[in-house]
Design a protein around this ligand. Structure first.
Ligand code: PMP
Length: 370
């Protein structure tokens, strides 16, 4: 029997995935497309990390772990943070089911219905959906045309109802890397009202032109999110971690106990190996791919050169991204219209996480369409 009418909860109406679905519908008609839409590395998980996870399964690491993550992995995270930030305190760490898991926990833990969450436009799509799921309101700070976060605009966006600010550097979808000066200016604005800042640093390894600067090294009231998905190509392994104000981490841990329970045990067992793995070759390859994109499209499309992640956010010729994406798809190149990540539909996102050959082919076609 096929049911035709289900009573879906009202909150699901707050999550609108129609934009990306339209793109996938168009893409479904493509055979062997040049896919410049993918949000994950094209390299595989390094062998040592795989071996560690396989061995962990053999050794019986197949059960629930402590909700907050194994003591070993949390110790490793504490040591990594001591090295990077000089932290020598008793702060709490929470190992999560990807940064996605951390985002779900943070939004549900922190946002009351009606409260406002500020983030840059363009943004990572999950932010808006999860704020809405929590009953909150998205307050977007326009960062066009160069995607630099202007602290004054963040200051202007703050109201008595502001719950937190979400930052994402390097950014999906723009590839923008925030400078220390920009972060300091936003920290000053946030500090005035003691506003919590989520710093989503899932792309921190992919930073090409300057050393990466973390908001967590600047502003104490930061909830720091880091991942394994992008850095080590472990997107399917579902692990990330966070640290920040003690009370927030404690409450997120309580919610994890009754939702995700714990990150996969064998993945946690491989976490220390991952963190010790040198990814500089892969990052150098991605820097080269970034340069290919800038060389091919920079001048032609009037694009701002991205400094990190593996995306470029490119002005669409004629100013209509959806139209240009249709044209690209007709020519066998899959890209995503900016409207999926933004209140505007003037740009398209290209992911250069693919082989040099496919990327070169795709860039040629896009350039020819300009
Ligand atoms: N934050 C950003 C900015 C992302 O691009 C992604 C993945 N696309 C995530 C978080 C979630 O990553 P994961 O859950 O795999 O750690």
């Amino acid at each position: 029997m096929t049911r035709t009418s289900h009573s879906i909860a009202d909150r699901m109406a707050l999550i609108d995935a129609s934009g990306i679905r339209k793109v996938f519908d168009l893409a479904a008609k493509m055979t062997d497309p040049i896919n410049l839409s993918i949000g994950q590395p094209d390299f595989d998980v390094p062998e040592a990390i795989k071996a560690q996870a396989v061995e962990a399964i053999g050794r019986g690491h197949n059960k629930y772990t402590q909700t907050q993550g194994t003591a070993d992995l949390r110790q490793t995270l504490a040591e990594a943070c001591r090295d990077e930030f000089g932290w020598d305190d008793d702060r709490l760490y929470l190992v999560t089911s990807g940064v996605s898991g951390a985002l779900v926990l943070a939004m549900l833990t922190m946002v009351n219905p009606g409260q406002e969450v500020i983030f840059a436009d363009p943004y990572f799509v999950m932010y808006s959906h999860l704020v809405h799921l929590a009953g909150g309101k998205c307050v977007m700070v326009d960062t066009y045309p160069d995607f630099r976060p202007d602290a004054q605009k963040f200051a202007d966006a703050i109201t008595d109802n502001t719950r937190m600010i979400v930052l994402n550097s390097p950014s999906n979808p723009t590839g923008c890397v925030q400078t220390e000066a920009e972060l300091r200016a936003i920290a000053e604005v946030a500090a005035e009202k003691d506003i919590l800042v989520i710093s989503d640093e899932i792309y921190n390894l992919f930073c090409y032109d300057q050393p990466f600067v973390s908001m967590a090294s600047i502003y104490e009231n930061t909830l720091l999110f880091r991942g394994f998905s992008k850095s080590y190509a472990m997107t399917g392994w579902r692990m990330g971690w966070c640290t920040g104000p003690r009370e927030v981490i404690e409450k997120m841990t309580v919610l994890q106990q009754y939702s995700f329970v714990c990150a996969p045990s064998m993945v946690q067992a491989a976490g220390a190996t991952a963190l010790a793995t040198d990814m500089s070759e892969q990052v150098a390859a991605y820097k080269r791919k970034r340069d290919m994109v800038v060389d091919a499209l920079g001048e032609k499309f009037g694009m701002v050169a991205p400094g990190g992640a593996f995306y470029a956010f490119v002005p669409a010729p004629g100013g209509n991204a959806t139209e240009f994406v249709k044209k690209a798809i007709d020519n066998n190149v899959l890209i995503i219209p900016g409207s999926v990540f933004s209140s505007r539909d003037t740009h398209f996102r290209i992911s250069y996480a693919t082989t040099d050959e496919k990327l070169a082919e795709g860039l040629d076609i896009l350039a020819s369409l300009a």
